[in-house]
Design a protein around this ligand. Sequence first.
Ligand code: HEC
Length: 127
Amino acid sequence: MRDALIVLSLAGALASCATPQAVAPQPMSPAAERGMQFVTRSCAGCHAVNGSGHSANAVAPPFASVRMRHTSIGLERSLAQIAREGHGEMPPIYMTAAEMQDIVAYIESLEPVAAAPGDARAQRAAL
Ligand code: HEC
């Protein structure tokens, strides 16, 4: 009988372990997934694209701080301008409208963070 109680309470403990998984982060949407592939290929050389860490290029803001400073509409406009005119030290990048939407979906899926120390330009922009 005592053994049965132990088994029952173990089962209860296991069941309560399973519950937190229900509030685990949502899996990425297919659009965000495509956006992540695009930015890993085309942007990671300068920007930190994964939601943490420092950008390879110190003046290129990490995408998580871009996420904090832009609405999705503002971000899409800014990407359209970047595609046309380039930005800072980089030449224009060809992106289709669908690719820009994927990139916006990906950046929106990042946890927003304040600019990292050293991202001088990003910090100035945030003031
Ligand atoms: C050669 C380096 C380089 C590459 C590659 C690059 N960027 Fe940038 N990016 C920069 C720099 C530098 C800045 C800051 C420019 C400035 O503030 O004048 C910047 C700024 C930005 C901003 C504006 C951020 C803000 O503060 O509002 C966005 C959005 C952005 N980049 C998106 C992208 C995307 C999307 C890609 C890939 C398709 C990409 N960048 C690739 C160097 C790069």
